[in-house]
Design a protein around this ligand. Sequence first.
Ligand code: GTP
Ligand code: MG
Length: 370
Amino acid sequence: PEDIRVYEFAEKLKRPMSDIIKVLFDLGMMMTKNDFLGADEIEILSEEFGVEVTIIDPKDEFNYVEEAKADEDPNAVERPPVITIMGHVDHGKTSLLDAIRNAKVTEGEAGGITQHIGAYTVSQDGKDITFIDTPGHAAFSNMRQRGTDITDIVIIVVAADDGVKPQTLEVIKLAKESGKPIIVALNKMDKETANPDLVKGQMAEHGISPVDWGGDIEFVPVSAKTGMGIDDLLENILLTAEVLELKANPNAKAKAAVVESSLEKGRGPVATVIVQNGTLKIGDHVVCGAAYGRVKALINDMGKNIKSVAPSHTAVTVGLNEVPPAGEILMAMDSDKEAKEYALKRKEYERNKELSKSTKSSLEDMTAMI
Ligand code: GTP
Ligand code: MG
């Protein structure tokens, strides 16, 4: 529900945007006018400006079209859509991601394919589509809370032989709240027991009405096992993306979102990122939350070393001094000094937040004792 951008917040407060950005900056948070404010930031800003904030006006399901247009920068050009696949456990999210990749990657390139990767890009009819492998919808919520929402389209996978399950309902709720366009993949259509109409009925009961039933959501029958329907699914994604008019400026300074991260032997901290705007290049001074560094290497989804990453594309980034959490934003800075300064500020902010948390709880403990 906290879907408010920095400039919208400034307008609501009737304050110059620079004031808002400065307060955030002083707390070690780099935000630009189009960034979404998370619940934490809204709380801090409300305190800072002495206002009370009530969050109303939950996002209308179709606002995304407007928003995508508001994002236009005169130098922005078309960028590929970024897709998140969500669904109930065992309904085939991972299998579907693998099937898409296998269907689209040519034999010669297949080297790195069995290896797990956090995100990858495939081409369909000469257009790119980037998929994020979400371990669960926790990551998706986490990113939204951090205001680092990188998903353009949500795919809800439902096994056609199993139907709507508790996690399917959670995912429907999340997807609706996000305001992102939804496509339903009816998976496991190869199974004898697949009953797509039953699933459509169940989904319609929860507000996800199929287009062929007069609704507004595309349901694409697929089988991750046989590869059936994969092309249809990708074509649907491209059609949906076209309406969104997704754009980014490849000449801007890079801004990317971390989809996963780890400490690797020999490489140090690594982060798989998806570039949201600008181009991430080797040699860039970057800050990523409390981590910072200089991009030493970029490795694409085929395991190849590359020199730069364009908007909506993905790469493993090597060169940070510590492991940033998934959902964190990585930004290119003008200098090493600037990157370090931001990172230190952020560290201090996090330390203070921890401290205030522990004082709060100890106060609560004390009251409980009395
Ligand atoms: P979690 O990550 O555990 O939530 O599961 P998931 O949604 O990623 O499902 P996964 O891809 O692991 O698939 C679960 C099981 O269903 C596996 O045994 C798959 O082989 C099987 N499966 C997935 N897709 C299909 C399909 O299209 N047809 C058939 N017959 N089996 C499938
Ligand atoms: Mg899985």
